[in-house]
Design a protein around this ligand. Structure first.
Ligand code: NAD
Length: 249
């Protein structure tokens, strides 16, 4: 699964699954633009890739801010001239009973997990279609968006929206040979999960047939597959990487 000569954008690339995705795509030969609101983490991700002989640059990105997305897109095209792959990994959630959620909380969860991928994909797709060379969009949702998750009700709704968005965008982009697919991690060893109370983490592991958490690199491998020439006829698909947690048909 080689990506030599391809230009890839990874949102949320400063940490966790996004950082692992940036590393994995760079190891496969892509030149990677790491986008994140966390400047120190994003710079560190890009520097680590370069130290390993890969090509990566950090550009600040807030996926909830239209001006920031435009500036990020312009920086990527200005520097590389083209973009072949957009991996939408940035996201956020917190376990909290629905009745304790505030409207500000809903908005943050939906803006990040649903509207972020919508706005970032929209920003890049115009030029990708115009260029006529195909491309790959990957959206990271969650098994919560497939089967629900106690205490992650609005997050599940936003991720479910991202899953449905993937399917319809795949239909619209098929004529341009742009594949649009979705990876759904189960509980994964990242800073996001570290913020979850231990008793919830233990419950996640008990609910997982393979009885462990995912490693970020295992999720990144699924993203690499969708970005590669091994998945040229695969579009609109939802792939869980969760040790059997979600066995949806
Ligand atoms: P993480 O917190 O380690 O990384 C998320 C990254 O997104 C961070 O670098 C953060 O700075 C960045 N980010 C947050 N808000 C942003 C914004 N407005 N603009 C740009 N970047 C922003 O989390 P993770 O666990 O690696 O999560 C990655 C994705 O995987 C998310 O979409 C998350 O919902 C999903 N996911 C994670 C798990 C899990 O258990 N870790 C499970 C299912 C789905």
């Amino acid at each position: 699964m080689q990506l030599n000569g391809r230009i890839a954008v990874v949102t949320g690339g400063a940490s966790g699954i996004g950082r692992a995705t940036a590393q994995t795509l760079a190891q496969a030969g892509a030149r990677v633009f790491v986008g994140d609101i966390d400047e120190a983490g994003g710079e560190a991700s890009a520097a680590a890739i370069r130290e390993n002989g890969g090509q990566a640059e950090f550009v600040r990105l807030d996926v909830t801010d239209a001006d920031s997305i435009s500036a990020f897109r312009d920086a990527c095209f200005g520097s590389a001239g083209q973009v072949d792959i957009v991996a939408n990994v940035a996201g956020w959630g917190k376990i909290q009973p629905f009745l304790e959620n505030t409207p500000e909380f809903w908005r943050k969860v939906v803006d990040l997990n649903l509207m972020g991928p919508v706005a970032v994909s929209h920003a890049f797709l115009g030029a990708m279609v115009e260029r006529g060379a195909g491309g790959k969009i990957v959206i990271v949702a969650s098994d919560a968006g497939r089967v629900g998750s106690l205490g992650e009700t609005v997050y599940s709704g936003a991720k479910g929206g991202a899953i449905a968005f993937t399917k319809s965008l795949a239909r619209e982009m098929a004529r341009y040979s742009i594949n649009v697919n979705c990876v759904c991690p189960g509980p994964t060893e990242t800073p996001l999960l570290a913020a979850v109370p231990p008793k919830h983490q233990e419950a996640f592991i008990r609910a997982t047939p393979m009885r462990r958490l995912a490693k970020p690199s295992e999720v990144a491998d699924a993203i690499l597959f969708f970005c590669s020439d091994r998945a040229t006829f695969v579009t609109g698909q939802i792939l869980s990487v969760s040790g059997g947690l979600c066995l949806a048909g």
